[in-house]
Each structure stands twice: as structure tokens, then as C-alpha cells.
Design a protein around this ligand. Structure first.
Ligand code: ZN
Length: 223
């Protein structure tokens, strides 16, 4: 079992970031602490939303520490002000970072029909694949807005791993990856508690059931 952390922007949130998203931005100092933690433990860092700080702050710190992280990028933001460019994404991949989809325009999939979710996933994975020159088959769900219908659509599209905002521990190769959201008010002690705390039986059973329904028996061994 390991622990996956979900991060967003790093440093002070820029002016265009909506008020409700600002608590998801953490300081550069906290990020450095998390990187040290990840270097010495089975903690995997994931960073959502494709902010320019992926390149400006995250990449140099990860390279210095010699660890890999996963970046989930909303493809419509690529190359727009404050977000990563195509070259930036290639730099991340060249440095051994994993690139995944976070949809196109960062919409709540719970509020759109199946066909719109599928179109969002297909268009974003194709764009990212063409940028890095290899298939992109992993997805992080925008806003963590996830339900059974979304999991069914993603499974039908052949997505190999779904990164959620369900908290708890996970197997690194499980089809459903639980992630623990890091917010600006948290201390390093809070994060360490997240890492060491045991999942409840209900939490473990829920992942088992979700994987059973959507990915079948074979994937259960990795759930
Ligand atoms: Zn997001």
C-alpha cells in the first residue's frame, strides 16, 4: 500500500484563480517539505490543473530530490497565460514525470452526459499523446466529481488508471487510485497523519466494490 497526494498550484495563487480554488494552492516551502517526505517514503505526488508552477516550482524541486511525480493537465489550458506550454509538458516527460489527462476545459463530468465525458477524455488524451509522442491512458477526474456512471464511461474508453479524490491508501497500479488532497491550511504533521493512518474497513470495501463493478476480477488484485 502507498499514499498518493493530490496537489494543485504552488506559491501565492495568481489573481485569476477563483476565490474557492485558492485554498488548494500551497506554499513553495510546504511543497519542499512534501518532496522531502516523498523522497523517504512510499508517497506519490500528483499535481492537477496544469498551472505554470508545475514547471517553475515543481519540476526543479522534483529533479533536485530525484523523484518522479504525475501531472494531470486540462488540455484546453495548454499554452494559455499562467498554464504549462507544450514545451513545458515535453520537459516534464523528458524528466521522467508522468503525464495524464484532466479533461479539456476542467468541467464537472457529473453534470454532462456520457457522450460529453467521452469526448472530453478522447480529445484531451489525443492532444497530450501528440505532444509527448506516446499514449496517454491515465485520467484524474476534474473536481474529484466522480460517480458510478463516470467510472463506467472511463472504463469503456480503456483508461488504465483513474485518479480520484477519494481519500485513503492505494496500490500504485490499482485501477482506481485514491488521492489525499493537500490544502493550504495543512501542516506537515497533518500530512504525516494522512500517510500513517489506516483506512477504515468501509473505505477498503468501497474501493473493492467500485473496482469489481468497473474493472472486473483481474483488476481487483491491484485495487
Ligand atoms: Zn482540477
Amino acid at each position: 500500500m502507498s499514499v498518493c497526494l493530490m496537489l494543485h498550484g504552488l506559491g501565492p495563487p495568481p489573481a485569476h484563480i477563483p476565490e474557492e480554488e485558492k485554498p488548494y494552492w500551497i506554499s513553495e516551502a510546504m511543497f519542499a517539505e512534501i518532496v522531502s517526505l516523498a523522497r523517504d517514503t512510499e508517497v506519490h505526488i500528483t499535481i492537477d490543473d496544469g498551472n505554470a508552477t508545475d514547471i517553475e516550482i515543481a519540476l526543479p524541486a522534483l529533479l533536485t530530490a530525484g523523484i518522479k511525480a504525475s501531472f494531470f493537465i486540462p488540455s484546453d489550458r495548454i499554452g494559455t497565460p499562467h498554464y504549462v506550454s507544450e514545451d513545458g509538458i515535453r520537459m516534464l516527460r523528458k524528466a521522467g514525470m508522468e503525464i495524464g489527462s484532466h479533461g479539456c476545459a476542467h468541467v464537472r463530468w457529473t453534470e454532462v452526459p456520457d457522450e460529453a465525458i467521452a469526448a472530453d477524455v478522447i480529445r484531451s488524451t489525443e492532444r497530450l499523446s501528440s505532444i509527448i509522442g506516446e499514449p496517454v491512458r491515465k485520467v484524474a477526474i476534474p473536481f474529484g466529481a466522480c460517480d458510478r456512471r463516470i467510472l463506467r464511461v472511463l472504463h469503456a474508453l480503456g483508461i488504465t488508471q483513474v485518479y480520484t479524490s477519494f481519500s485513503g491508501h492505494c496500490m500504485p497500479n490499482g485501477w482506481i487510485v485514491r488521492r489525499n488532497c493537500i490544502k493550504s491550511g495543512m501542516t506537515l504533521a497533518d500530512i504525516e497523519t494522512t500517510i500513517t493512518k489506516k483506512d477504515s474497513l468501509a473505505c477498503t470495501a468501497l474501493t473493492f466494490l467500485r473496482t469489481w463493478r468497473h474493472a472486473g476480477r483481474a483488476a481487483l488484485w491491484n485495487a
